[in-house]
Design a protein around this ligand. Structure first.
Ligand code: HEC
Length: 155
Protein backbone atom coordinates (compact mmCIF):
# COMPACT_ATOMS: atom_id res chain seq x y z
CA UNK A 1 0.00 0.00 0.00
CA UNK A 2 2.80 2.42 0.87
CA UNK A 3 4.46 1.61 -2.42
CA UNK A 4 1.17 2.40 -4.20
CA UNK A 5 1.05 5.86 -2.60
CA UNK A 6 4.69 6.46 -3.39
CA UNK A 7 4.04 5.58 -7.03
CA UNK A 8 1.06 7.95 -7.10
CA UNK A 9 3.13 10.73 -5.58
CA UNK A 10 5.78 10.11 -8.21
CA UNK A 11 3.22 10.19 -11.00
CA UNK A 12 1.79 13.48 -9.74
CA UNK A 13 5.26 14.93 -9.34
CA UNK A 14 6.15 13.94 -12.89
CA UNK A 15 2.94 15.51 -14.22
CA UNK A 16 3.65 18.73 -12.34
CA UNK A 17 7.17 18.80 -13.75
CA UNK A 18 6.18 18.23 -17.37
CA UNK A 19 3.15 20.59 -17.41
CA UNK A 20 5.11 23.85 -17.90
CA UNK A 21 7.24 22.19 -20.60
CA UNK A 22 4.10 21.23 -22.53
CA UNK A 23 2.71 24.76 -22.22
CA UNK A 24 6.01 26.11 -23.55
CA UNK A 25 5.79 23.67 -26.49
CA UNK A 26 2.25 24.84 -27.27
CA UNK A 27 3.44 28.46 -27.34
CA UNK A 28 6.40 27.55 -29.55
CA UNK A 29 4.06 25.73 -31.97
CA UNK A 30 1.75 28.74 -32.15
CA UNK A 31 4.70 31.04 -32.94
CA UNK A 32 5.93 28.67 -35.65
CA UNK A 33 2.43 28.48 -37.12
CA UNK A 34 1.93 32.26 -37.32
CA UNK A 35 5.41 32.84 -38.74
CA UNK A 36 4.70 30.13 -41.34
CA UNK A 37 1.40 31.84 -42.19
CA UNK A 38 3.29 35.11 -42.66
CA UNK A 39 5.71 33.35 -45.02
CA UNK A 40 2.75 32.06 -47.05
CA UNK A 41 1.46 35.64 -47.25
CA UNK A 42 4.91 36.84 -48.34
CA UNK A 43 5.37 34.15 -51.00
CA UNK A 44 2.10 35.03 -52.71
CA UNK A 45 2.54 38.78 -52.31
CA UNK A 46 6.08 38.38 -53.66
CA UNK A 47 4.81 36.95 -56.95
CA UNK A 48 2.34 39.80 -57.33
CA UNK A 49 4.99 42.36 -56.39
CA UNK A 50 7.48 40.93 -58.89
CA UNK A 51 4.89 41.23 -61.67
CA UNK A 52 3.94 44.75 -60.59
CA UNK A 53 7.62 45.79 -60.80
CA UNK A 54 8.19 44.01 -64.13
CA UNK A 55 10.66 41.55 -62.58
CA UNK A 56 8.34 38.69 -63.55
CA UNK A 57 6.33 38.60 -66.79
CA UNK A 58 2.67 39.37 -66.14
CA UNK A 59 0.53 36.28 -66.47
CA UNK A 60 -3.18 36.54 -65.64
CA UNK A 61 -3.47 32.94 -64.41
CA UNK A 62 -0.36 33.08 -62.14
CA UNK A 63 -1.49 36.44 -60.77
CA UNK A 64 -5.00 35.17 -60.08
CA UNK A 65 -3.72 32.09 -58.28
CA UNK A 66 -1.37 34.13 -56.06
CA UNK A 67 -4.09 36.69 -55.30
CA UNK A 68 -6.67 33.97 -54.61
CA UNK A 69 -4.26 32.21 -52.24
CA UNK A 70 -3.55 35.47 -50.43
CA UNK A 71 -7.27 36.25 -50.12
CA UNK A 72 -7.88 32.79 -48.59
CA UNK A 73 -4.85 33.02 -46.27
CA UNK A 74 -5.64 36.51 -44.96
CA UNK A 75 -9.23 35.56 -44.16
CA UNK A 76 -8.48 32.61 -41.86
CA UNK A 77 -8.90 33.19 -38.12
CA UNK A 78 -5.33 33.57 -36.85
CA UNK A 79 -6.27 34.32 -33.21
CA UNK A 80 -5.30 30.88 -31.83
CA UNK A 81 -1.77 31.41 -33.20
CA UNK A 82 -1.37 34.41 -30.87
CA UNK A 83 -1.79 32.91 -27.37
CA UNK A 84 -1.03 35.12 -24.33
CA UNK A 85 2.60 34.69 -23.27
CA UNK A 86 3.91 34.49 -26.85
CA UNK A 87 5.13 38.10 -27.08
CA UNK A 88 8.79 39.04 -27.50
CA UNK A 89 9.10 40.33 -23.93
CA UNK A 90 8.13 36.90 -22.57
CA UNK A 91 9.77 34.46 -24.99
CA UNK A 92 12.56 34.58 -27.57
CA UNK A 93 12.47 33.88 -31.34
CA UNK A 94 9.40 36.02 -31.95
CA UNK A 95 9.07 39.62 -33.06
CA UNK A 96 5.46 40.02 -31.90
CA UNK A 97 5.34 43.03 -29.55
CA UNK A 98 3.41 42.96 -26.24
CA UNK A 99 1.38 45.90 -27.65
CA UNK A 100 -0.44 43.42 -29.89
CA UNK A 101 -2.18 41.82 -26.89
CA UNK A 102 -2.99 45.25 -25.44
CA UNK A 103 -4.79 46.30 -28.64
CA UNK A 104 -6.62 43.21 -29.85
CA UNK A 105 -9.58 45.13 -31.37
CA UNK A 106 -7.15 47.21 -33.46
CA UNK A 107 -5.28 44.06 -34.51
CA UNK A 108 -8.63 42.75 -35.75
CA UNK A 109 -9.19 45.97 -37.70
CA UNK A 110 -5.74 45.67 -39.30
CA UNK A 111 -6.34 42.00 -40.13
CA UNK A 112 -9.70 42.88 -41.72
CA UNK A 113 -7.94 45.62 -43.74
CA UNK A 114 -5.41 43.17 -45.19
CA UNK A 115 -8.18 40.67 -46.01
CA UNK A 116 -10.11 43.44 -47.80
CA UNK A 117 -7.06 44.58 -49.76
CA UNK A 118 -6.34 40.95 -50.72
CA UNK A 119 -9.95 40.50 -51.91
CA UNK A 120 -9.59 43.66 -54.04
CA UNK A 121 -6.35 42.23 -55.45
CA UNK A 122 -8.11 38.93 -56.20
CA UNK A 123 -10.74 40.83 -58.20
CA UNK A 124 -8.07 42.83 -60.09
CA UNK A 125 -5.13 40.45 -60.58
CA UNK A 126 -6.43 38.65 -63.67
CA UNK A 127 -7.57 41.88 -65.27
CA UNK A 128 -4.27 43.04 -66.73
CA UNK A 129 -1.03 44.48 -65.37
CA UNK A 130 -2.33 48.04 -64.72
CA UNK A 131 -5.16 46.65 -62.55
CA UNK A 132 -2.69 44.51 -60.60
CA UNK A 133 -0.36 47.48 -60.16
CA UNK A 134 -3.20 49.64 -58.82
CA UNK A 135 -4.10 47.01 -56.19
CA UNK A 136 -0.59 46.26 -54.94
CA UNK A 137 0.00 49.52 -53.04
CA UNK A 138 -2.97 49.26 -50.65
CA UNK A 139 -2.13 45.60 -50.06
CA UNK A 140 1.50 46.28 -49.13
CA UNK A 141 0.38 49.17 -46.92
CA UNK A 142 -2.07 46.90 -45.07
CA UNK A 143 0.79 44.48 -44.25
CA UNK A 144 3.05 47.36 -43.23
CA UNK A 145 0.49 49.05 -40.96
CA UNK A 146 0.30 45.99 -38.73
CA UNK A 147 4.06 45.42 -38.74
CA UNK A 148 4.73 49.03 -37.82
CA UNK A 149 2.45 48.79 -34.78
CA UNK A 150 2.98 45.23 -33.60
CA UNK A 151 6.20 43.72 -35.01
CA UNK A 152 9.63 44.48 -33.61
CA UNK A 153 12.31 45.47 -36.13
CA UNK A 154 14.75 42.73 -37.14
CA UNK A 155 17.86 42.72 -34.95
C1 HEC B 1 -2.65 41.92 -38.11
C2 HEC B 1 -1.22 42.08 -38.12
C3 HEC B 1 -0.39 41.65 -39.31
C4 HEC B 1 -0.71 41.73 -40.64
C5 HEC B 1 -1.98 42.28 -41.29
C6 HEC B 1 0.42 41.19 -41.36
N1 HEC B 1 1.39 40.78 -40.48
FE1 HEC B 1 3.17 39.93 -40.96
N2 HEC B 1 3.65 39.81 -39.00
C7 HEC B 1 2.87 40.24 -37.94
C8 HEC B 1 3.52 39.93 -36.69
C9 HEC B 1 2.98 40.23 -35.29
C10 HEC B 1 4.73 39.32 -37.02
C11 HEC B 1 5.78 38.74 -36.03
C12 HEC B 1 5.41 37.26 -35.80
C13 HEC B 1 6.38 36.56 -34.87
O1 HEC B 1 7.61 36.74 -35.00
O2 HEC B 1 5.90 35.80 -33.99
C14 HEC B 1 4.79 39.26 -38.48
C15 HEC B 1 5.85 38.71 -39.18
C16 HEC B 1 5.93 38.66 -40.56
C17 HEC B 1 7.03 38.08 -41.29
C18 HEC B 1 8.29 37.46 -40.68
C19 HEC B 1 8.00 36.02 -40.30
C20 HEC B 1 9.15 35.36 -39.54
O3 HEC B 1 9.38 34.15 -39.73
O4 HEC B 1 9.82 36.03 -38.74
C21 HEC B 1 6.73 38.21 -42.63
C22 HEC B 1 7.56 37.73 -43.81
C23 HEC B 1 5.43 38.86 -42.74
N3 HEC B 1 4.97 39.11 -41.44
C24 HEC B 1 4.77 39.15 -43.92
C25 HEC B 1 3.50 39.73 -44.00
C26 HEC B 1 2.84 40.07 -45.24
C27 HEC B 1 3.41 39.85 -46.63
C28 HEC B 1 1.64 40.62 -44.91
C29 HEC B 1 0.56 41.15 -45.81
C30 HEC B 1 0.04 40.32 -46.86
C31 HEC B 1 1.56 40.61 -43.45
N4 HEC B 1 2.70 40.07 -42.95
C32 HEC B 1 0.48 41.10 -42.74
C33 HEC B 1 1.65 40.85 -38.04
C34 HEC B 1 0.94 41.07 -39.22
Amino acid sequence: MRLFFRLCAFALGAAAMTAPVLAQDAIRNAITARQSLMHLYAFNLGQLGAMAKGEMAYDAETASVAAGNLARLTSIKAGPMFPPGSDNATIDKTRALPALWQNLPDVGVKQAAVAKAAAAMEAAAGDGLPALQAAIGPLGQACGACHKAYRAPED
